[in-house]
Design a binder for this molecule. Structure first.
Ligand SMILES: Cc1cc2nc3c(=O)[nH]c(=O)nc-3n(C[C@H](O)[C@H](O)[C@H](O)COP(=O)(O)OP(=O)(O)OC[C@H]3O[C@@H](n4cnc5c(N)ncnc54)[C@H](O)[C@@H]3O)c2cc1C
Length: 383
């Protein structure tokens, strides 16, 4: 049966105005240091920026104070995130740890893991990467083959992970591995999650250069890599449920529609104060879609903050948001002719080139468009 969608309107509470002023003041200082205006800011790695952000109290915002957090609300975190991304600040180093590894450890980790790792994340000193995909396992994550075999005091890992964002700068990976053999009757059974120290013997990390010529993701080969028992996250065998809960943190945030915001800002500057009717129409269309997406995303954030699980609405925000990010370079080019080049000294041309080379990845990472639409159709009772 068809089930409806629900996007209740949300007005941000007064504490969000306060924290917006605080993060804007912080970002104004960072802008002076050149830490701004990045396309896809979550893939830009500047450790000093993350450390200063941590010291200023903007990482681990919602976590308990006893683990280095700041006990602020999910909506306050939303405001900090949207301000950082719309400024184009280089959030790559702490991004995954703050968004999903920390919350995962908080939810499923041991007390020792929480006490030792979370304060380092909140200080902007510990970075994480996600070890889910493999050479033959992407959309069909249940086909993951990296194997963990029990040994004295821990596990021996063998296998390969691929497309791992930021593995080369991370201190830890949370890997999804098989701890018991595949059972065709229940393909989701037998998985576990483990925290892997990226300096472990038996782990080899190689770069995979992306379309823009950047070193963003990597391949990791594990050969009898030892992981102590204390580094297992949650229950052995419960990895699938944990991973699904982790993916929930990935969808619907402002990153899903702000990846090309810098180009939109450059376009508005380049068009100037006296646009033609056509230019005004295009800018109006991009602005209107952005405003609607932000309202939808805020609505999802509000529901998550109330403990609800708006999985369909979150998936729709990701699908529409990433398509919007693709529309920005297309429409920009239609009104502002330019020779896109990452090496251009003209800011609009350089930003346009980065956007064109970045957008193809947006509808693949975090679950491809086809998979996401299947999830939405199932959630709506249509399949
Ligand atoms: C920029 C970027 C960063 C990434 N970072 C990470 C990371 O940090 N950690 C990590 O683990 N992974 C990461 N990934 C990997 C990403 O999660 C996978 O690329 C994605 O899940 C798709 O898997 P795949 O590449 O194996 O493609 P495949 O699964 O082989 O899919 C290929 C195509 O077939 C389509 N397809 C597949 N199955 C179906 C189906 N049943 N029905 C309809 N269509 C289907 C897909 O939609 C896609 O278009 C990243 C990817 C990108 C692009």
């Amino acid at each position: 049966m068809f089930q409806g969608l629900n996007f209740p309107p949300l007005d941000l509470p007064p504490e969000c105005t306060e924290i917006r002023a605080e993060i804007r003041a912080f970002l104004a200082e960072e802008r002076k240091l050149g830490n701004a205006k990045n396309i896809e800011a979550m893939s830009r790695y500047t450790p000093e920026y993350s450390e200063r952000l941590g010291k200023a109290g903007f990482i681990g915002l919602t976590w308990p104070k006893k683990y280095g957090g700041h006990e602020r609300s999910a909506l306050e975190r939303y405001v900090v995130t949207e301000e950082m991304l719309s400024a184009g600040a280089p959030t790559g180093c702490h991004w995954i740890a703050d968004r999903q590894s920390g919350p995962l450890i908080l939810k499923f980790g041991t007390e020792e893991q929480r006490e030792t790792i979370l304060p380092k994340i909140a200080a902007g000193e510990a970075y994480f990467c996600i070890g889910m995909s493999e050479p033959n396992s992407g959309s069909d994550l249940a086909s993951v083959q990296t194997k963990a075999t029990k040994t004295d005091g821990g596990w021996l890992l063998n296998g390969t992970k691929l497309w791992t964002s930021g593995a080369h700068i991370s201190h830890y990976m949370i890997a999804l591995v098989r701890t018991s053999p595949l059972d065709e009757k229940d393909r989701h059974a037998g998985f576990s999650q483990m925290i892997i120290d990226m300096k472990s013997p038996g782990l080899e990390i190689s770069p995979v250069i992306n379309l823009s010529g950047d070193h963003h993701f990597n391949e990791e080969v594990f050969t009898d890599c030892f992981v102590p028992d204390e580094m297992v996250v949650g229950e052995v065998g419960n990895g699938w449920n944990q991973v699904m809960s982790e993916l929930g943190y990935e969808r619907s945030g402002p990153e899903r529609f702000l990846s090309t915001f810098q180009l939109f800002a450059e376009l508005v500057d380049a068009v100037g104060d006296d646009p033609s009717d056509h230019e005004a129409q295009v800018i109006g269309r991009l602005a209107a879609q952005l405003i609607v997406l932000r309202q939808m995303s805020l609505s999802v954030a509000g529901m998550l903050g109330q403990g609800l699980v708006p999985a369909n609405e979150a998936s729709i925000v990701k699908d529409l948001g990433t398509n919007y990010c693709k529309l920005v370079p297309d429409l920009s080019r239609s009104i502002m002719a330019a020779m896109p080049s990452q090496r251009s000294s003209i800011s609009y041309e350089a930003t346009l080139a980065s956007a064109i080379l970045t957008v193809p990845s947006l509808t693949i990472q975090g679950g491809s468009r086809e998979i996401l639409r299947g999830v939405i159709a199932r959630g709506l009772g249509m399949r």
